[in-house]
Design a protein around this ligand. Structure first.
Ligand code: FAD
Ligand code: NDP
Ligand code: EPU
Length: 329
């Protein structure tokens, strides 16, 4: 049985039913008129996700500017293609069969502006959150020290409400610019985004975050902020596995419990399916031990869910976004 499996009810799952590629889209590269941007056919997504798994995008584009982004949306609409949004791919499990339609990757949308007076920082969607955290600390701007070690983009952080060390994106977001597929731009505030733990109403949505502004506290001691940031990174490296491809925490914590604790108590540390394994260092991490398939990881996620539910009567909800078709074995 082949299904589009919606594990978290908030997944941007796309069907793998082949799209009809129209006559003028048969070449492997399509130049977007009026831009320097090229849409490519059949681009592997494995190297674009931190799990290092996943098949090809039917079509792929990585715009650098708003105009290129708008042109990409227009092109997808003109071809009747579905659109999937990709940041740094650090919270994604993409099917081995790849994704139909157009995958728009924002990681080349880069720019940062720090206002030392107000403490506000505005960054384009593709800026690495980690880079922003270090730059803020170096400028004596307090409020992003928690973000070190999270290998996502600014856009991904706004969508996922990324967080750590009892802080999260919603705490510091002033506003985000979002682009609708029809080209309309809107400025949204945290109050509009339905934020809660690792959740926002942008998840599974068609709006694309193009930039975000965060409020930091100016005038802090840079050396102190750098020390705190470094301490957070050190703590992470001592509790989380950074040596093999993964997606961070696989499941949201079913508070007041910690998913990692539940999985360890269920005896699943080290459990392996194919080349995917539950990490020894942290049971809420699944590792690609080398040559894992998305299917291996998917089966392991299902297995962990089933075992934990049997033991604790709790269904763990994936934090990772599962995209495309997966087959239940
Ligand atoms: C080693 C490791 C450690 C991690 N630690 C943490 C942690 O401590 N805390 C934490 O919260 N997360 C953590 N994560 C998970 C991940 O880094 C975050 O969820 C991150 O915010 C995802 O950002 P991304 O750019 O990679 O988004 P992606 O994984 O590319 O996408 C995530 C979702 O956001 C959507 N999306 C991405 N960009 C945009 C955009 N510009 N506009 C609209 N939608 C968009 C995608 O469609 C998808 O639904 C970790 C991951 C790894 C690999
Ligand atoms: N296990 C996995 O699956 C993966 C784990 N990771 C881990 O996640 C974490 C975050 O990864 P990633 O987002 O790629 O971030 P990186 O740690 O690679 O850093 C991103 C950018 O932040 C800036 N930066 C990093 N460290 C410092 C510093 N000490 N001082 C000043 N600036 C700094 C640099 O910008 P500039 O170059 O402009 O100076 C760098 O390019 C890392 O610990 C990485 O090892 C990342 C990917 C996959
Ligand atoms: C990595 C992510 O975020 C991380 C974030 O980096 C850290 C640090 O703030 O706190 C959360 O982890 P976490 O809840 O697992 O934090 P930890 O402190 O490592 O563990 C919580 C509790 O579980 C226990 N634990 C953890 C792992 C394990 O194998 N066994 C175990 O018993 C720990 O001893 C601790 O008592 C976030 N995870 C979630 C799902 O909320 C992510 O979202 O991808």
């Amino acid at each position: 049985m082949t299904i589009s499996y919606d594990l978290s009810k908030s997944l941007n799952v796309t069907s793998s039913t082949s799209q009809i590629v129209s006559a003028d889209t048969k070449s492997r590269h399509i130049h977007l008129p009026g831009t320097d941007c090229t849409i490519k056919q059949g681009v592997s997504l494995a190297s674009l996700t931190t799990f290092r798994v996943g098949g090809p995008a039917e079509w792929y584009v990585a715009p650098r500017h708003l105009e290129e982004l708008q042109a990409s949306f227009e092109w997808a609409q003109s071809q009747g293609l579905s659109v999937t949004l990709l940041g740094a791919g650090s919270n994604l499990l993409v099917s081995d069969r790849g994704l139909p339609g157009l995958v728009i990757c924002t990681r080349h949308m880069r720019s940062t502006y720090f206002d030392p007076e107000t403490g506000q920082v505005t960054a384009a969607a593709g800026e690495p959150l980690v880079r922003l955290a270090w730059q803020a600390a170096e400028r004596g701007l307090q409020g992003l020290e928690w973000a070190v070690g999270i290998p996502g983009t600014v856009g991904g952080a706004v969508v996922m409400n990324a967080g750590a060390h009892n802080s999260c994106t919603a705490d510091i977001l002033v506003n985000a610019h979002v682009l609708y597929p029809d080209g309309k731009l809107e400025i949204v505030t945290p109050q509009n985004l339905g934020y809660s733990y690792r959740t926002s109403n942008l998840q599974g949505d068609r709006r694309l975050v193009t930039q975000a502004t965060f409020q930091l506290k100016p005038g802090a001691d840079a050396a102190q902020l750098i020390a705190t940031t470094a301490a957070h990174l050190k703590q992470r490296h001592s509790t989380q596995p950074y040596n093999k491809p993964n997606c961070g925490s696989v499941f949201r914590n079913p508070k007041p419990h910690a998913a990692g604790w539940l999985i360890e108590q269920t005896g699943l540390k080290g459990h392996r399916i194919g080349n995917a394994a539950v990490a020894q260092r942290h049971a809420n991490f699944i590792l690609n031990c080398g040559g894992a398939t998305a299917s291996d990881i998917f089966q392991l996620i299902r297995f962990v869910q089933q075992k934990v539910e049997q033991e604790w009567s709790l269904l763990l909800e994936p934090e990772v976004k599962i995209l495309g078709d997966f087959q239940l074995i």
